[in-house]
Design a binder for this molecule. Sequence first.
Ligand code: SAH
Ligand code: SF4
Ligand code: F3S
Length: 456
Amino acid sequence: MTKTRKRLYIKTYGCQMNVYDSERMRDVLTPLGYEPAEEPDHADLVILNTCHIREKAAEKVYSELGRLRPLKEAKADEGGMTIAVAGCVAQAEGAEIMKRAPVVDLVVGPQTYHKLPELIAHAHRERGEALDTEFEVEDKFDRLGNDRQVDGYTAFVTVQEGCDKFCTFCVVPYTRGAEWSRPVDQIVAEVRALAAQGVREVTLLGQNVNAYHGEAPAGREAEGTWGLGQLVRHLALIGGIERIRFTTSHPRDMDEDLIQAFADTPKLMPYFHLPVQAGSDKILKAMNRQHTADEYVAIIERLRAARPDIAISGDMIVGFPGETDEDFEATLDLVRQVNYASCFSFKYSRRPGTPGAAMFNQIDESVKSERLAVLQDVLTQQQIAFNEGQIGKTLPVLFEKSGRLPGQLHGRSPYLQSVHVEGPEHLIGQIGEVVIETASRNALSGRLVNPEQDAA
Ligand code: SAH
Ligand code: SF4
Ligand code: F3S
């Protein structure tokens, strides 16, 4: 059978799980003859992998569809263009998209990507059948298989999907469904395959990754399920894998074994993302976070005791309904107490269907903007101080590609900071020791301890 070559353009919005899913969609479509294109112009298939987390993210879909319309019309004579909307907006508003945007041929929710080939075939026959937003996450991973085509030395691996926490601001439990963990064997097979392709660093993904409780490896039935700490230690044994990270964790799911894993597993990077969202107990309660500010700080202290070089990153929301100046001060206090290496901060966005959207005490946009500016100022200072604190230290850096200037390499520190050094190309894909000499808000630079380091 000869395959006709077709061009596939995927645009990815939102979190790392969407990045992973986009790669898996590409993997599913490659055997059908689809080849990746850099631009949507002349593409045979365009997939928008969308995010519903904040209003701005969701709106982007409709403006992008507006831009695609003339491209689709222009391609009507050369075989046509199929437009698919995937991801969390597809899950949340699939039927509405089909109604509002006739340019869309099919809508596919995050748990049904393995069915893309069927859906595309259907869409070509009849648009009405082209909506699939079932929740069948188990099926998804079984049918996607473990073969992946990656380039580069770092990769994401979804190990857990969905969320049962129902924070009152958040759409994820509605768009990604209930919490579910992949079996250990499946993850091991995928990570082995990645290592064989040269991947040195894996980031394990989950909406609540530290709630991971996957089926224990075959032949170990007596063990039932494994937690994330056990999984991490097991993956650290795979040859070629030098670095392990995971994201995103929830304070409520932090257990002693995972904290211990930071102490006993050197391949687990000492950089930990633990969102808290707010520093006031009243607001944390209204958000249904199920923990207090003190409990959060206590977890950070235990982590720092277990791994003294650990750095913390987080997420914050300002302007949740009912947030007073005093509540906001509590957020600033907590930020000063934790001292983040890096932290994302957002204005609360009222999301349809979430309990927060129905609360009567919404905060003015202008107040949200003011608070965000104050918070970001503190966080930026903390980030700069953290980066400057690396000057004079020797850090292991995983070199990922050549730098912008000739003879330069670009890599990442254990803390995900960008690091630039002068060095030979053959170090790309390897870890080298770098003495840090300069630091800015977003990057470090330094010199190789051993410029003669051989290729591995
Ligand atoms: N599962 C993760 C992250 C989910 S979304 C967790 O539990 O923390 C990523 C971040 O987006 C959240 O941590 C939160 O800071 C932000 N976010 C989620 N919903 C939001 C909303 N309605 N408005 C503003 N920010 C939001
Ligand atoms: Fe959203 Fe909360 Fe679940 Fe995170 S834990 S995905 S913020 S509901
Ligand atoms: Fe967005 Fe869905 Fe991720 S809403 S943040 S793409 S889980």
